[in-house]
Design a protein. Sequence first.
Length: 286
Amino acid sequence: MSAGPGIFHEPLAHVDQWDDFVAGRYREGRESKDFRNYDREANPSIAEFYRQNHAHQSLAFVLEKEREYGSLQRGRRSIWEAAEYLNTLVDESDPDTDLSQIEHLLQTSEAIRADGHPRWFVLTGFIHDLGKVLCLYGEPQWAVVGDTFPVGCAWSDAVIFHEYFAANPDARVTEYQTLNGIYEPHCGLDRVHMSWGHDEYIYRVTKNHLPEPAQYMLRYHSFYAAHRHGAYRHLMSAHDEEMFDWVRKFNPYDLYSKGASRPSLKELRPWYEDLIAEFFPEPIDW
Ligand SMILES: [Fe+2]
Ligand SMILES: [Fe+2]
């Protein structure tokens, strides 16, 4: 079944509403047990979003999307062109006050730059959400954003709104409901199919151009159950464990850079054009 545009009621005013929700969830000083206490009444549109996500992200759906997008047939674009394309995704309910997509990317990357991290790390901050162009291809919100999780094995209760998985068709496949499911213990995350979304897509588009820590940051930045809650270690290799230090290093820049002052696109653009040219000398396939 293909999930085209318009088939699903889109519960969020904008996909960034999910990002804001996650930032609030991990607000500093918040007890980690609190994250289990979200309910439909307090966050109705967020809850509806997760209900759809958990009901539809099955192994079959993920395999279909990996096939559909894995061969990168959506045209050639430079990184900057992709950022401008993503910028056409506006929050219709709130067009003035919301940060543009490029501004969120620049706030993230500028915070990384200000801390003196290497150029590839800054670039990773700038591109990390470009996979949200999936929205512009007509994918429903639940197939673009949301906490990601492995499919084809039991869902950890560290995944928020875990109870909604009961409606997923995989709940009725015994083989997928054991701890390791279709995988070998500690097989490494590269062998594990993750729920489909903007993380996996931007990883696939850019992987040949960036160092491995950057690939991990892009691919697993929404895998909160693992990088925040320590779940799914039974599927991770020793190498994954090492690389997740980088995923954890990246996460605060994604979550907490939004309050920073508005970056000046005009001033920053030449510096970023140089940075992009260093790693992506040519347009790439999307
Ligand atoms: Fe993201
Ligand atoms: Fe982000």
